[in-house]
Design a protein around this ligand. Structure first.
Ligand SMILES: Cc1cc2nc3c(=O)[nH]c(=O)nc-3n(C[C@H](O)[C@H](O)[C@H](O)COP(=O)(O)O)c2cc1C
Length: 331
């Protein structure tokens, strides 16, 4: 049975990739993940703010990143609170490249203009097989348009792509008015792949202390549904770039669905944080079982067969399904 896939031009032994997270922090864990079947591993992100802090005066840089508001300096992690300094990050890439035989992907996280994008080159020099650029940004300024925001993001992508020879994937959010247009623009800007989609931090409110409480909950399979829709929409439209899914993959059935909808690579984080590296073997084994039961000999045979390639009007299809499901509810 052939589980091979090509992601960002890299030949992977199967579609399962460990997503950006603390899972890449310890070489021992990474070896277990590789043994369990991981086909590639994305390191946690190195943040724009963190690199800027190192490159410039610490306080000054944080003020810049937060819009020159002194109060905003307290929003950001203190320098020592980051798990890896930029230098340690580069060393971690080198260390994992020596320890593992699967591709190691560095993750840069930011969207603003600045010298931090030069770190892409340093990551590649340290041995990273690819760069995943996470454009996590929540635009809160009502005077800034979607067009301006996307233009800035694309300029950042061009800078990162221009700085390296290795492929660059871009991790995007679902909150673009036209995610398909943005994904195609990323392709034109030189991105070798698109990772869908960022899970946004959704802070809660503490009604006793009247404080905002940031919290990070692990996902469940329900979060995959949004991604399946966008995989199915993007897969026929992207001509050159790969598609990876990130968010809500917990079972082998989830892996199968993502591939049917058009994913070249399937990233997993929450399932592995909750159940440990060995859970990956269950995902690979379950994928093989499903393929055997359905007479598929290779992943390529069924990748994208449920995307919207043959749908003449995907927007009408989406709207029709929406209307049908609302009409089906009776009291
Ligand atoms: C503890 C934790 C740390 C994470 N750190 C990063 C990160 O540094 N950079 C990044 O792009 N995504 C990060 N993520 C997001 C994951 O890569 C992934 O996109 C998200 O968890 C959805 O996938 P999942 O449903 O498989 O967890 C992190 C997620 C978790 C749970």
């Amino acid at each position: 049975m052939n589980l091979e896939t090509t992601y960002l031009g890299l030949k992977l032994r199967n579609p399962l990739v460990v997503g950006a997270s603390p899972l890449g922090d310890q070489a021992e864990t990474c070896l277990k993940l590789q043994e369990a079947g991981a086909a590639a591993l994305v390191l946690r992100s190195l943040f724009e703010e963190q690199i800027s802090q190192e490159q410039q005066n610490l306080l000054h840089a944080v003020e810049d990143a937060a819009g020159s508001n002194p109060e905003a300096t307290s929003y950001f992690p203190a320098y020592g609170d980051y798990q890896l300094t930029p230098d340690q990050y580069l060393r971690q890439i080198g260390l994992l490249k020596k320890a593992l035989h699967i591709p190691v992907i560095a993750s840069l996280n930011g969207s603003g203009a600045g010298g931090w994008t030069g770190y892409a080159r340093r990551c590649a020099e340290a041995g990273a097989d690819a760069i995943e650029l996470n454009l996590y940004e929540l635009v809160t300024d009502g005077t800034v348009s979607a067009e301006q925001t996307e233009a800035g993001m694309l300029a950042t992508v061009r800078r990162v792509v221009g700085a390296v020879q290795v492929p660059v994937a871009v991790k995007i959010s679902a909150f673009h008015t036209s995610p398909a247009h943005f994904a195609l623009s990323l392709e034109r800007a030189g991105a070798a792949g698109v990772v869908i989609m960022n899970r946004f931090l959704q802070p809660d409110l503490d009604i006793e202390e009247l404080e905002v409480k940031p919290r990070l909950l692990l996902s469940d399979s329900s979060e995959l549904l949004l991604r399946l829709r966008w995989l199915a929409i993007l897969s026929p439209q992207l001509q050159k770039s790969s598609l990876a899914v990130s968010g809500g993959v917990h079972t082998a059935n989830d892996v199968v669905k993502a591939i049917l909808a058009g994913a070249d690579a399937v990233q997993v984080v929450s399932a592995l944080l909750a159940r440990g590296p060995a859970a990956l073997a269950g995902l690979v084994g379950g994928l093989e079982q499903w393929m055997a039961a359905h007479d598929y000999e290779s992943v390529a045979q069924f990748r994208g067969i449920m995307d919207l390639t043959h749908c003449p009007d995907p927007s009408a299809f989406e709207r029709a399904n929406y209307m049908k499901v609302l009409q089906s509810w009776k009291t």
